[in-house]
Design a protein around this ligand. Structure first.
Ligand code: FAD
Ligand code: NAI
Length: 465
């Protein structure tokens, strides 16, 4: 079989590249080793975690927030049904991708792909049989996998990765999360809402590294109020699994006296690593960097002609929408169009309650780059809709370049921040200014009005403050 493009891996990067290439008239095939399409994101990542975040948030709201609106209920948790709700959501999404691949007449090979030479992929099916697939171009979109901690073996029962934490059969009395990043804060929130005593152990002195530190501090305060405990500047150096409870040894990251902590379940969430094992990269000579990521140029080309890579397996934030943008861009480049990804405008969202959403630079990054900037801030306590909904936690912070007024970063902590950030991303994609935002009529009453007010606040003319 011979194709214009063969994509290995059908996560958000791979399946989107395949669809866009098919739209542009290429003959496309995909190779996927998992039983279903959609990759980490749809099967064990974005989608199932958001299903549990949604359901557990409603549960917590029913217990604590409904009575204040005059709704009397006594919520009772049916965890099996909640997990089934999540699984149904996953099925709906992965079936959707399978439908799209069929719609675009993309051939799919369910097996493990290995590159045996430029233009040549060997697929090994589950029964051990192999098939050769040839293509003018090969795109590697094999994503990432859980990063392990030395000496701490994940069994997906008591010591779990995010995958195990999406399917715990009962609510653990105590849960220790190692790593206060995206996964630790999101899945820590889920199990805390469902009744676990959650302790998050983080090596650094701040949660969610990379976030604007003012937002990160507010997020930590909010989550602490919700019942999560944090041990910052601390490392887990060992877990004793002998006995009914797990015994963790913790050490200050800066060195010092160790302490012990008992728990029922540990979630290891210390990052993800590129997934390149068994792909035949060394044999064909594809270069990787010191973090195991495939090295590509600005057009996603590796050093071997005809072999491209995108998504979590290359540099950049490990985010589904970043992988998707790269999928579209690569397909367009292969079709001799001007595919391009603007890495300065990739939003990121932590789906805690409230959500945290950012796009562009943080204050720390602007300071480090020596850029002169102004700040416009507006709290949700002064937003009418947030007030009436009793969702007043958080603020919008806009960072603009002094002199040009160009928006360089927008950071929101608040209800629905993940949806609201799109407005900022569109503005920044067009090189917009705070004045542009401030002069745009925003519907009332909406949470988005806080963005307009923050833009007005850049020049100290917010109306409702
Ligand atoms: P993947 O989605 O990892 O897909 C790679 C695919 O390649 C997999 O299906 C794999 O089976 C297949 N594969 C690998 N090797 C081979 C081979 N040799 N042959 C055939 N197939 C192969 N990102 C967000 O933007 N928003 C979120 O809310 C979010 N939530 C997340 C929650 C969790 C718990 C996790 C773990 C991740 C989350 N992410 C989120 C990150 C997101 O899942 C990834 O950034 C995204 O899936 C990367 O897409 P990808 O296409 O590069 O790779
Ligand atoms: P992460 O990189 O977000 O966070 C890992 C955290 O672990 C960091 O805070 C790091 O300092 C800490 N850490 C590292 N080693 C440690 C140690 N030994 N002891 C204590 N802490 C340690 O990684 P995470 O949460 O595993 O998620 C992986 C990736 O998946 C994310 O980087 C993100 O790209 C993606 N993701 C995105 C989501 C979203 O968009 N909402 C949700 C979930 C995951």
């Amino acid at each position: 079989m011979s194709y214009d493009l063969v994509v290995i891996g059908t996560g958000p990067g791979g399946y989107v590249a395949a669809i866009r290439a098919a739209q542009l008239g290429m003959k496309v095939a995909v190779v996927e080793k998992r039983a279903t399409h959609g990759g980490t994101c749809l099967n064990v990542g974005c989608i199932p975690s958001k299903a549990l975040l949604h359901a557990s948030e409603r549960y917590a709201e029913a217990a604590d927030g409904f009575a204040g609106m005059g709704i009397k209920v006594k919520p009772e948790l049916d965890l099996a049904a909640m997990l089934a709700f999540k699984d149904a959501g996953v099925k709906g999404n992965v079936d959707g991708v399978a439908f799209l691949l069929r719609k675009y007449k993309i051939d799919h090979f369910h097996g493990r792909g290995r590159i045996v030479g430029p233009g040549k992929v060997e697929v090994t099916f589950i029964n051990g049989e192999t098939q050769a697939v040839e293509a003018k171009a090969i795109a590697i979109a094999t994503g990432s996998e859980v990063a392990a901690l030395p000496g701490i073996a994940i069994d997906e029962k008591r010591i779990v990765s995010s995958t195990g934490a999406l399917s715990l059969p009962s609510v653990p009395k105590r849960l220790v999360v190692i790593g206060a990043g995206y996964i630790g804060l999101e899945l820590g929130s889920v199990w805390s809402r469902l009744g676990s005593e959650v302790t998050v152990v983080e090596m650094l002195d701040l949660v969610a590294p990379g976030l604007d530190s003012e937002v990160a501090k507010q997020l930590q305060r909010t989550l602490t109020k919700q019942g999560l405990a944090f041990k910052l500047g601390t490392k887990v150096v060992g877990v004793d699994t002998n006995g009914a409870r797990l015994r963790l040894t913790l050490e200050p990251a800066a060195g010092g006296k160790s302490e012990e902590l008992e728990t029922d379940v540990v979630l290891v969430a210390v990052g993800r690593i590129p997934n390149t094992e068994g792909l035949g990269l060394a044999e064909v000579g594809v270069k990787t960097d010191n973090r195991g990521r495939i090295v590509v140029d600005g057009k996603f080309a590796t050093n071997v002609p005809g072999i491209y890579a995108l998504g979590d397996v290359i540099k950049g934030p490990m985010l589904a929408h970043k992988a998707e943008e790269e999928g579209v861009a690569l397909a367009e480049i292969l079709a001799s169009q001007a595919g391009h990804v603007n890495y300065d405008v990739i939003p990121s969202v932590i789906y805690t309650a409230p959500e945290v959403a950012s796009v562009g630079k943080s204050e720390e990054e602007l300071k480090e780059a020596g850029i002169d900037y102004k700040v416009g801030k507006f709290p949700f306590t002064a937003n009418g809709r947030a007030k009436v909904n009793r969702a007043t936690e958080g603020f919008v912070k806009i960072l603009v370049e002094t002199g040009t007024d160009r928006v360089l970063g927008v950071h929101i902590i608040g209800a629905d921040a993940g949806t609201m950030i799109a407005e900022a991303a569109v503005l920044m994609e067009f090189g917009g200014s705070a004045e542009d935002l401030a002069r745009t009529c925003h519907a009332h009453p909406t949470l988005n009005e806080a963005i307009k007010e923050a833009a007005l606040a850049v020049d100290k003319r917010a109306i409702h403050m």
